[in-house]
Design a protein. Structure first.
Lengths: 197, 226
């Protein structure tokens, strides 16, 4: 799936037709929107919460809310970007739920003396471990900074796109990103110092 | 460990499980159907309530119940006695059993229950939205109420006179003349009462025989009174 969103002319035309049908209450249009955009929404949700079940819940809520919230769509961004914004708005409690699950898992692992299989780990396991480390760090950020960090850094969107998605000025997006990266680096450095013998 | 390395790790977390994709799509579909059903149920309930409301209001408007709710309460005289509308009904024959001298001895008010035919119970004050009745009928109702429900005989007489002046040959004129004669007797104006009752006693009023026997007994009693 391409990480950078593009809105070619044909996609805009498809969006317009779909949006018209969604506004008319056509339920098949929701199915069509799902088929067209579910991968992007799911990818964003997974990167945001780091939990498959919570990500699926976010995708579900975003598409169920679509017939209602489509009235707010003004057409100054793509339907996909609009849907990601809807998903971001629904992500708050799912982020908290995922964070609680992650911490509970960490506590259990610490209590049982479990350690990740570092010695014989495959590349995939190493990647998963690194990802878990970042999600744990993201749990310490405010949700607005977390969303902007995931959109800008993990999905490599421009600040203009992100501003359209989150409905905030571009300057605000940059400020949130700056603070998010600074906090994350501090957390990682702190953790690195603690890990050193 | 660099932040960029970690970002690369979550960027890779992008594997779509087809089963999960289909399951979530089915969940979305079910949720939308449930929501639509719920909306239809709400619309159905509201429509039913609206129909009931409109029907009730229409019925209330058509039957005057709404006007009755808003109209100020007013006292409405009782409807005419059945015997006035159906002149063939005769009064009970038990009222004339006393000897004539009783009339002279007894005070006038005592005479009333003996010589007045029993009538339906009065209609109490009630809230109605009836259309305004014609003035002549109002005169009759007023006289009727005064006569049967404790009015002064002199006032009753004036009321009967007013009705008979307005409608000398009207629907209730015969009954009004009879009752007027009774009021004259109550007032002690026996000669006038007897003169008024004699046509009834002779059966000269229409309908023929209206209170004839009763009137004949009264005339006989009044003949002995001064």
């Amino acid at each position: 799936m391409p990480l950078v969103m593009s809105v070619p002319g044909t996609e805009a035309a498809t969006d317009n037709a779909l949006v018209t049908r969604l506004r008319a209450g056509d339920r098949d249009a929701v199915e069509e929107a799902y088929r067209a955009h579910h991968a992007a929404i799911r990818g964003f949700a997974r990167r945001l919460v780091g939990d498959t079940a919570s990500a699926e819940d976010i995708v579900h809520e975003a598409f169920v809310a679509l017939p209602r919230v489509i009235r707010r769509f003004r057409g100054d961004s793509s339907l996909r970007a609009f849907l990601i914004g809807v998903a971001a708005n629904h992500s708050r409690r799912h982020v908290r739920a995922a964070m609680r699950r992650r911490r509970a898992t960490e506590r259990l692992a610490a209590h049982e003396g479990l350690r990740a299989p570092e010695t014989d780990a495959t590349d995939q396991l190493i990647t998963q471990q690194l990802a878990r480390k970042l999600w744990a760090a993201l749990d310490e950020l405010p949700i607005d900074q977390r969303v902007v960090f995931v959109l800008c850094e993990a999905e490599q969107r421009t600040s203009v796109e992100v501003a359209a998605i989150v409905g905030a000025p571009e300057g605000t997006v940059r400020t949130r990103l700056f603070h998010a990266k600074r906090k994350l680096r501090e957390m990682l450095e702190h953790e690195h110092r603690e890990d050193e013998p | 460990m660099r932040l960029e390395d970690l970002v690369g790790a979550i960027r890779a977390a992008d594997d779509d499980d087809p089963d999960l994709v289909a399951a979530t799509q089915a969940r979305v579909r079910r949720s939308l159907e449930t929501r639509a059903r719920g909306r239809h149920q709400v619309v159905g309930i509201l429509t039913t309530l609206a129909i009931l409301f409109v029907g009730t209001v229409s019925w209330a408007l058509a039957t005057g119940h709404v006007a009755a709710l808003w109209a100020p309460p007013r006292v409405v005289p009782s409807p005419p006695a059945p015997h006035a509308a159906a002149p063939h009904i005769t009064a009970p024959r038990t009222t004339g059993q006393r000897p004539a001298q009783d009339i002279a001895v007894a005070p006038a008010p005592v005479l009333v229950p003996e010589i007045v035919a029993p009538l339906p119970a009065p209609v109490a004050a009630r809230r109605v939205a009836a259309p305004p009745e014609p003035p002549v009928e109002a005169l009759y109702r007023t006289a009727h109420d005064l006569h049967f429900h404790g009015g002064e005989p002199a006032v009753s007489l004036a009321a009967w006179d007013a009705y008979l002046a307005a409608e000398p040959t009207g629907r209730f004129a015969v009954e009004a003349r009879y009752n007027r004669a009774i009021v004259l007797a109550r007032l002690g104006r026996y000669a006038e009462a007897r003169a008024a009752l004699e046509p009834f006693a002779r059966g000269e009023v229409e309908p023929v025989g209206y209170r004839q026997a009763e009137a004949a007994q009264l005339v006989a009693r009044l003949a002995h009174s001064r």
